[in-house]
Design a binder for this molecule. Structure first.
Ligand SMILES: [Zn+2]
Length: 316
């Protein structure tokens, strides 16, 4: 029986159940956190993470994939505590989340040397915990696939080839990065069926999305509630159109919610929470998105495909 690595060791694929494929229990800057710890409130962070973990559990979620990597304050011990206290399966990644900058320690290494670092997390464990990464994360955003970004993608590809593990690639559809990212993976010989192009749902350009699907990759319709990138109504119309075209087998629904996010001062965060991200939460899918998709024609079978079957198939 195939299994997937979680913070509590390998779990049978059949045990994953309803899976949120892209959520974060805490996102903070690692350097700022180390240098200026007075800006952070650990107790509040813990409370926020547990409140979300318990809330999604209440909606029947059994597994949360947390694609944090370097620069998102991936913290295997923290994620394990969330899993232990809530009873959820939590699946972690290795990789680097950057749009351009790489520290010298990574810049002065080859793609193969970088790949070796990722393989370590997959085979030995993350941060000395023995918790193994289940997949590899990389990112391209507005600056595009620059030389540094290409290097991380090639390293992710080589780690995937060596271990058989899937890849999640953060993308920026408005700059069309998904196709560029898939080109790099193809050049490296990665099977497109191993790659999930995250944040594809930030566009309603069906032409672009279908060109991406033609490569054979998975797509993340995974930022529900982030109206700042694309309003919910447009996300819904896009998902329904793709379902109609028979793409349920290639899509994921998620929210990319962050129980804690340190990007903004508390004042600005409060303002955003009242405006451009008013609906953003770890339960928005269950409270509004899914009921509305059902009303507008999504079948139970399609929902099960996206929330249960696809995560299993991608992670396997
Ligand atoms: Zn994310």
């Amino acid at each position: 029986m195939a299994s997937v690595e979680t913070v509590n060791g390998p779990v049978d694929l059949e045990e994953l159940g309803v899976t949120l494929v892209h959520e974060h229990f805490r996102v903070t800057d690692e350097a700022a956190r180390f240098q200026f710890p007075h800006l952070y409130d650990e107790a509040a962070e813990w409370e926020a993470a547990m409140s979300d973990a318990n809330a999604v559990k209440g909606h029947g979620v059994r597994t949360v994939v947390e694609p944090s990597a370097m620069f998102l304050n991936r913290d295997a011990a923290f994620s394990k505590r969330v899993a232990d206290e809530s009873g959820l399966n939590v699946v972690l990644a290795t990789g680097v989340y950057t749009y351009e900058h790489l520290p010298q320690i990574l810049m002065n290494r080859t793609e193969d040397e970088l790949a070796e670092i990722f393989v370590h997390d997959i085979e030995e464990g993350i941060q000395g915990t023995g918790i193994k990464a289940a997949f590899i994360k990389c990112a391209a955003d507005e600056p595009g696939v620059t030389p540094n970004i290409e290097k991380v993608h090639r390293a992710a590809a080589r780690a995937s080839l060596q271990t058989g593990r899937p890849i999640m690639a953060h993308s920026h559809p408005k700059s069309g990065t998904g196709l560029e990212q898939m080109r790099v993976f193809a050049e490296e010989g990665v099977d497109a069926g191993k790659v999930q192009v995250a944040h594809t749902g930030d566009t309603d350009d069906l032409g672009y999305i279908e060109r991406l699907l033609d490569t054979g990759c998975w797509i993340g319709m995974d930022r529900y509630g982030l109206d700042i990138y694309l309003p919910t109504e447009q996300r819904q119309t896009t998902v329904l159109a793709l379902l109609e075209k028979g793409h349920a087998e290639r899509m994921f629904l998620s929210q990319d919610y962050c129980s804690t996010l340190d990007y903004f001062t508390p004042e600005v965060a409060e303002q955003l929470a009242a405006t451009a991200a008013a609906n953003w939460s770890m339960t928005f899918l269950f409270e509004q998105v899914i009921p509305e998709l059902k009303e507008r024609g999504m079948t139970d079978e399609q929902l099960d495909q996206m929330m249960v079957e696809n995560p299993k198939r991608w992670l396997a």
